[in-house]
Each structure stands twice: as structure tokens, then as C-alpha cells.
Design a protein around this ligand. Structure first.
Ligand code: NAD
Length: 279
């Protein structure tokens, strides 16, 4: 299979790595050459680490990277079987990308890695809503075995079957859910992060304490604010704003501490600082 990936940030690099590691040819469309360079390095480091830790017996980083072609032209996706779109979480941008994919791709499944934009809204900018599906990979994609698969009201069974086949080839399991803002995971998780940050804003606890409670008392491997730092605070802010707009529920409004961190350029792990300090 040849898989297309649009956007080579946190998720695009991870999805490209999973597909290439599984032996698929991958074409990555990334408009920012610096981001593409970082993604190549991230993939090489991740494959090397997996071998060092015994999680993978090969292929080597060079072999994985040799299966990935990099371009800034969407037209190169003409013959792919599945495209996974991984651009930032903005409705206008996703609509533009999907209209372009609809023009460029012959008969591909058009999947979005969106965190919470309803699949049917994205599908509306294409002439083939039955081929549009949500593939909500988790971060880091190579380490997470389960994917939230979002079936829009017009997504066909044939499309879901093809997606299941792709996920099986990546050794991942898809759990299918219906469409709606945030689907299941982020409908719940974004409220949890928002309330955790609001507890900090209200002076009830600092970020260390909030996360220690979730990790120690509830046995979560990572508290909500550390999870937000892993996702990327810009992405969390975009997802909350989208959910607030689409649901009209102000509980999804990005809390003051989150907005202040994003405004200061502290986006979580990827910049070394977020609710916690990683430097
Ligand atoms: P990111 O900001 O790390 O990466 C986005 C990439 O898209 C950037 O490299 C950017 O240059 C590129 N891009 C922007 N416009 C483009 C265009 N027109 N053509 C090609 N490339 C373009 O974002 P991310 O964290 O990887 O998130 C991507 C998607 O995955 C979002 O919808 C997000 O909500 C979702 N998601 C994120 C996470 C997470 O933990 N970060 C988890 C699951 C889903």
C-alpha cells in the first residue's frame, strides 16, 4: 500500500513512521521545510530507540526513511490508497486541505487525524463523503496500539473495512465511534484538562499537585496537565476552542493559565516548557 500523510508535525511524523515501519511506501506532504527536516530526525531517533530498547528487531532507521518520500506538492498523492491528514486543528485549514485532496487523489480513503472536528463537517468539502473517516491516532503514534476511528454518518462500510485493514497492518486496533465534536476521547479529556487548569487558576493546587493526585490516587500513568504538555498546548487550545464553538458549552473555553502559556510560546514538551518544565 502507498499511504499519504499531510503535515509532518508531532502526529504526521508518528503516523509516517508507523506506516513505513510496517513496510508501506509513504508520501509526506509538508509545506515547511524545517518541519520536514525535524520529522526526518524524529523518525530516525524513534526507530533507533525502539531497536535499542528491544521493542523492534528492525528495520533500521535508514531503511524506514528510505520508504518515505517528502514533498510540498499535494498533487503527488494522486495514486495513494489512504491519506492521513495531520495539519493543525483548524476547521478552515482542514476544509481547504480536504477540498484539495478531493481534487488530487484518485480513489483514496481520506482520513483526518483531527482531535475533535466532526468528520461530516470535513467531508462536506469533498465530493466523496463516503470515503472520509476520522483516524484519531494517539501520541506518540508508534507507541499507542489503539486508534479512535470516527465513522461519520456518510462514511461507508467499505471505507471502514479499508481502514481496519490498514490499522491491522500497523499492529493497531481501531475502536469505532460515531461522529460529534471531540468524539469520545476529547469530549471527555478536554473538560478534564480545562478543569485541571482552572484548579491551578483558582489557586487550589499547583500543576505538580494536580498531576500527582491523578497519578497517585487514580493510577493514571500521566495527570491531565502533563498530558496537555505532551499533546502540545497550542493544539489543546485549538481543540478546546473548536469544541466550545461547535457545542456552545463554555466549559470548553481555554482557561487563563493555558492561554497565557500559549501566548508566551510555552507549548509543552515540544518547546521544553508548559505547565511543567522539561528543560
Ligand atoms: P503540529 O502543529 O505538530 O503539526 C502540523 C504540521 O502541519 C506542521 O508541520 C505544519 O507545517 C504542517 N502544515 C500546515 N499546513 C500545511 C499544509 N497546507 N500542507 C502540508 N502541511 C501543512 O500538529 P500535530 O500536533 O501533529 O496535530 C496534527 C493533527 O493531529 C491536529 O488535528 C491535532 O488535533 C491532531 N492530534 C494531535 C495529537 C497530539 O497529541 N499532538 C494527538 C491526536 C491528534
Amino acid at each position: 500500500m502507498t499511504i499519504g500523510v499531510v503535515g509532518a508535525g508531532t502526529m504526521g511524523a508518528g503516523v509516517a513512521e508507523c506506516c513505513a515501519q510496517a513496510g508501506h511506501d509513504v508520501i509526506v506532504v509538508e509545506t515547511d521545510s524545517h518541519a520536514a527536516e525535524l520529522a526526518r530526525k524524529r523518525i530516525a531517533d524513534s526507530v533507533r530507540l525502539a531497536i535499542l530498547l528491544g521493542r523492534s528487531a528492525g528495520p533500521k532507521p535508514t531503511e524506514v526513511l528510505a520508504r518515505v518520500r517528502w514533498t510540498d506538492l499535494m498533487s503527488e498523492l494522486q495514486d495513494v490508497s489512504v491519506v492521513v491528514e495531520c495539519v493543525p486543528e483548524r476547521i478552515d485549514l482542514k476544509e481547504k486541505i480536504f477540498a484539495e485532496l478531493d481534487r488530487c487523489c484518485a480513489d483514496a480513503v481520506l482520513a483526518s487525524c483531527t482531535s475533535g472536528i466532526p468528520v461530516d463537517l470535513i467531508a462536506a468539502s469533498t465530493s466523496r463523503p463516503e470515503r472520509v473517516v476520522g483516524l484519531h491516532f494517539m501520541n506518540p503514534a508508534p507507541l499507542k496500539d489503539t486508534v479512535e476511528v470516527v465513522a461519520g454518518p456518510r462514511t461507508s462500510q467499505h471505507t471502514l473495512d479499508e481502514v481496519r485493514e490498514l490499522l491491522a497492518s500497523l499492529n493497531k486496533t481501531g475502536i469505532i465511534v460515531g461522529d460529534g465534536p471531540g468524539f469520545v476521547l476529547n469530549r471527555v479529556l478536554m473538560l478534564c484538562i480545562a478543569e485541571a487548569a482552572a484548579s491551578v487558576d483558582a489557586g487550589i493546587a499547583d500543576p505538580e499537585t494536580v498531576d500527582a493526585l491523578f497519578e497517585g490516587c487514580l493510577g493514571h500513568p500521566m495527570g491531565p496537565l502533563r498530558t496537555a504538555d505532551l499533546i502540545g498546548l497550542d493544539n489543546v487550545q485549538d481543540t478546546m476552542t473548536t469544541l466550545q464553538t461547535l457545542t456552545g458549552d463554555d466549559h470548553y473555553r481555554p482557561p487563563a493559565s493555558l492561554t497565557a502559556l500559549v501566548d508566551a510560546g510555552h507549548l509543552g514538551r515540544k518547546t521544553g516548557r508548559g505547565f511543567h518544565d522539561y528543560r
